[in-house]
Design a protein around this ligand. Sequence first.
Ligand SMILES: Nc1ncnc2c1ncn2[C@@H]1O[C@H](COP(=O)(O)OP(=O)(O)OP(=O)(O)O)[C@@H](O)[C@H]1O
Length: 212
Amino acid sequence: MLAITDVAFSYPHSKEVLYNGLSHTFTPGAVSSVTGPSGCGKSTLLYILGLMLRPSQGHVFLNEIALSAAPNLARARARATSFGFVFQDSALDPTRSILDAVIEPALYAGWSRADAAVRARELMDLTQVNYRASHKPGQISGGQAQRVALARALVNDPQVVLADEPTGNLDKANAEIVLDIFHQQAALGRTIIVVTHDPFVVANSDEILELI
Ligand SMILES: Nc1ncnc2c1ncn2[C@@H]1O[C@H](COP(=O)(O)OP(=O)(O)OP(=O)(O)O)[C@@H](O)[C@H]1O
């Protein structure tokens, strides 16, 4: 279970305080939307949840362990094994094949290449990009790249998926595919957290965390 208690955050050299004591528990098995006005700290919250930033105040708990206070190595290990990340700009390495891009996070999490490749192929089937496996990111469309990013985010069987505007650049058909996959993955017990401005995503979430 992923939870935050009494979290506040300020970037270094900034006087702006985000959240001011936010507490929330993200329900496993649910797709949660994080919404709110531009600049309220939605993306920053994903970085805090995903252990890329430490909160200035309060804690982030994963399975009741306060990872906000854990040493960097423990945080890096948890990030590699328990989280999957999807960003709006899928930012895939242009020099490597799509299959390699999907496999990579599982290798960081300690999987063998053979196991990672089997899992990657399953997910590329699910996200309908298997037929592009040997292509480079420059040779596929934006919608396909986002579905590759989704397969990549799921390859290490993460407990938590963190997605920042995953449908921001997608047409309705691709947005529906992504959202369907989020719900399928939530049904497996994963915690899916989506930062979004997209009313379609908000309307089709199980839970909404509105920041102000
Ligand atoms: N690296 C940084 N250093 C200093 N301030 C930052 C940094 N990144 C973001 N901020 C500021 O922190 C606040 C929250 O930013 P964040 O990107 O989390 O907001 P957001 O709600 O995701 O915005 P949007 O909806 O426009 O993407 C903003 O005021 C932003 O200008």
